[in-house]
Design a protein. Structure first.
Length: 158
């Protein structure tokens, strides 16, 4: 997909690591597309995220349906996509959106999640979603910060 620079699963969405580390690594990114139905309906979160993002980077917060329509068109500028859950990526893929690489950053321990790798946790259902992504040719890696070694999940989720 033209102008898609980076796609990340991070249950915190936009936070210091994204702004300080990932935007520095992907310095050509001029748009962050947050895809999350609940966050898209929360004006307070829109304002909070806008305050965190540098002035030269725009932010769009969309539902899965809105994002699918956006992504079916050519992205006008270099874009980073951030979602909370693997389910969001699966939903976008079911709507015809293709991904080549997915970065998993923050998926914290909660509910029925168990440790997947270091401080990244997932449920069995999320593991199956990640396996489904990989079965469709998507490269899925865990990399919390750019300076850390990336870990390909095909070596962990067999």
């Amino acid at each position: 997909m033209k102008n898609l620079e980076f796609t990340r699963i991070d249950d915190r969405l936009i936070h210091g690591q994204v702004v300080a580390a990932w935007l520095r690594t992907y310095s050509n990114v001029k748009e962050i597309l947050v895809v999350d139905d609940k966050t898209a309906a929360d004006p307070f979160m829109h304002e909070m995220f806008r305050l965190l993002v540098p002035n030269d980077v725009s932010i769009s917060i969309q539902t899965v349906d809105e994002a699918a329509e956006t992504l079916k068109k050519e992205l006008p500028k270099p874009t980073m996509i951030i979602v909370k859950l693997p389910l969001t990526i699966i939903q976008l893929m079911e709507k015809g959106i293709e991904f080549t690489d997915i970065n998993i950053g923050g998926m914290g321990m909660s509910g029925t999640r168990k440790k997947l790798f270091q401080n990244v946790s997932s449920t069995e259902e999320e593991n199956e979603m990640i396996k489904s992504m990989m079965a469709q040719g998507v490269n899925v890696e865990i990399q919390i910060i750019p300076a850390a070694k990336s870990i390909n999940l095909k070596n962990i989720l067999k």
